[in-house]
Design a protein around this ligand. Structure first.
Ligand code: AMP
Length: 625
């Protein structure tokens, strides 16, 4: 059986999967849930929490609870809109060489490090479930993620201790899950509307090959934006009614956001819902409660422009694939936001057919990731995946123009090269600036990296031949090289889009994460030892309470002294696992004495009972006589 797990690292929730008996299955987390909230909390008392326990304490710790980190993966600080930064109650900053970071209690964490906590927790879940080490993973990303965002995701996996076997696109993963065991030739669209991103992919399935024809999307369009519409409306109404401003208060915002998401979900099945937040704030006139209602029609009016944006991407994806909506045989819905009735209606109207509801939109991406793991492990051979690169890759030419080398929607892996030359006589070096995006001017696209090819022989302009080669692997990760064809000298670009972390920093984050894992297991050991001692204390205290009078003074005195000592040790933060283990040994001896006493006591009672019974029978006999 393969140990390559599949992970859908979602903006809102993450899902873990594995191939079992030739089928992909979801691995439930420690709480028995099939999805784990993508939330990490830094707490004073309990250290780092991940998942439901992190989400649960978010109201009390809004600045230390990090959610929707996926929105910031591989992003530079100035690339993220003010609106997106305001959207979260925690503090973002640009202290990682221009890349965005998250500051929690004076420490700046990169988005990769935060995501690594989620991945490490999923890894622990997988190891518990499989009872063996798990260190290989397939991680999914939105198709529309650029190179820096993919690299940042890969780095997160590495920090969590995974060898990331493949980064695959979410809609492609969904198509894999859908296409497994399908024999019909068909063209399908995967409409993926999740918590933070929107993706559309057009694919062709046939003869065991899944080929992505085109992909498009919007990395800033998701369920979070719908929640934000509700938050803005509800807060606006409250502020108008009470003539006070509450937007600056992180805790209030968090309460309203949670209520907004709940209302949104309810409106997927109900036509009206209420939002009640008692004691939201207070002023000199007393406490202020928020109480309002929201209808499905109101919500639909608010989110109509967001859904239209998703349809614009669908139009572009169809055009890129050279197809019309009527050419498609199936429309798959992926992502929690596709549960919204208006989204389903808009998709049906746009594509002219009812979407396919046969797959669970929360799990299908992760199931596809497990299948990809099965393919790499040689366990699944009935299907081949041909994915595409979502954005054009190229270099900056003289005058700032973007020269594409690999056009968007090229099937990957791909390798393309082009000859370039010098622009002035006797130019001894050329700078290669690599960009990703669809704009004509390089500066308007995403800068990926730069390197220089030096020692070019003196020659008139346009004479030296520099061969620039772009090599994009199956993960969508790019390597760029430039070779002087005269001298054979070659330079290769080492991409640095690793979420603000240098290679050294990544290595040290991996070491830290390993140490944290070791620390976690030590913490767990201590807890187990402490629990054991504590349960002895409870049972001995109970025995002493119940049989105090039957015990001799020495045992009572020893027990009282021991229990007092236990109280001090068990409440001490300084006490070690060894202290608890030593205590348990003493408690065990003491417990034995009480149990011996108890047995004696019971034996005595039994013999007294027997004696009285036999006396009674004598009396009866006598009486009869
Ligand atoms: P995903 O990234 O696929 O886990 O999708 C998460 C997003 O789906 C979040 O914004 C959720 O609030 C949203 N979502 C989940 N269930 C529903 C529902 N029943 N109605 C509307 N949105 C939902």
């Amino acid at each position: 059986m393969t140990s390559i797990v599949g992970i859908d690292l979602g903006t809102t929730n993450s899902v873990l999967t594995i191939m079992e008996g030739g089928k992909p299955v979801v691995i439930p987390n420690a709480e028995g849930q099939r999805v784990t909230p993508s939330v990490v909390a830094f707490t004073d008392k309990d250290g780092i929490l991940v998942g439901e326990s992190a989400r649960r304490q978010s109201l009390l710790n809004p600045r230390g609870t990090i959610w929707s980190i996926k929105r910031f993966m591989g992003k530079r600080f100035d690339e993220v809109s003010e609106e997106d930064k305001r959207h979260v109650p925690y503090e973002t900053c640009d202290q990682l060489n221009g890349d965005i970071g998250v500051r929690v209690q004076e420490r700046v964490h990169s988005p990769s490090e935060i995501s690594a906590h989620i991945l490490a927790s999923l890894r622990a879940t997988a190891e518990r479930y499989l009872s063996r080490p798990v260190d290989e993973a397939i991680i999914t990303v939105p198709a529309y993620f650029n190179d820096a965002q993919r690299r940042a995701t890969q780095v997160a996996g590495e920090i969590a201790g995974f060898k990331v076997r493949r980064i695959i696109n979410e809609p492609t993963a969904a198509a894999l899950a859908f296409g497994l065991n399908r024999t019909k030739d068909e063209r399908i669209a995967v409409y993926d509307f999740g918590g933070g991103t929107f993706d559309i992919s057009i694919l062709e399935i046939g003869d065991g090959v899944i080929e992505v024809l085109s992909t498009h999307g919007d990395a800033h369009l998701g369920g979070d934006d719908i929640d934000q519409c509700i938050v803005d409306a509800v807060i606006g109404e409250f502020e108008r009614e009470h003539r006070m401003s509450i937007r600056h208060d992180a805790m209030i915002l968090q309460r309203v956001r949670e209520a907004a998401e709940k209302a949104k979900k309810e409106l997927s099945t109900l036509v009206q819902t209420d939002i009640h937040l008692p004691f939201l704030t207070a002023d000199s006139t007393g406490p202020k409660h928020l109480s309002t209602s929201l209808t499905r029609a109101q919500l639909e009016a608010m989110i109509h422009p967001l859904i239209e944006r998703s349809l614009a991407s669908c139009r572009q994806a169809l055009e890129d694939a050279g197809l019309k909506a009527a050419d498609l045989q199936e429309i798959l819905l992926v992502g929690g936001s596709t549960r919204i009735p208006l989204v389903q209606q808009a998709v049906e109207r746009f594509f002219g057919r009812a979407p396919n509801h046969s797959l669970n939109p929360d799990e299908v991406v992760a199931l596809g990731a497990a299948i990809q793991g099965g393919i790499l492990a040689g366990e699944v051979d009935s299907i081949i995946l041909l994915d595409v690169t979502p954005l054009t890759l190229g270099i900056e030419a003289n005058g700032g123009l973007m020269i594409p080398l690999i056009e968007r929607n090229t099937t990957i892996p791909a390798r393309k090269n082009k000859l370039f030359s010098t622009t002035v006589d006797n130019q001894s070096s050329v700078a290669i600036n690599v960009y990703q995006g669809e704009r004509d001017f390089a500066a308007q696209n995403r800068f990926l990296g730069q390197f220089e090819l030096t020692d070019i022989e003196p020659a008139p302009r346009a004479t030296p031949k520099i061969d620039v080669c772009f090599d994009i692997d199956a993960n969508g990760v790019l390597r760029v090289s430039a070779t002087n064809q005269t001298t054979g000298k070659e330079e290769t670009l080492v991409l640095t889009g690793a979420g603000g972390l240098s290679d050294d920093e990544i290595r040290s984050a991996i070491v830290d994460a390993e140490a944290a894992r070791a620390e976690d297991s030590l913490r767990k050991e201590r807890l187990v030892a402490k629990n054991k001692a504590q349960s002895f204390v409870f049972s001995i205290a109970k025995l002493q309470r119940e049989y105090f009078t039957s015990a001799d003074d020495a045992l009572n005195a020893h027990t009282t002294e021991l229990l007092q000592r236990c109280e001090a040790i068990l409440s001490s933060d300084e006490a070690s696992t060894e202290d608890f283990t030593a205590l348990s040994a003493e408690l065990s001896a003491c417990s034995r004495q009480w149990h011996e006493l108890l047995h004696e006591h019971m034996a005595q009672q039994e013999s007294q009972q027997n004696t009285s019974e036999s006396c009674a029978s004598h009396e009866t006999t006598d009486g009869q006589n």
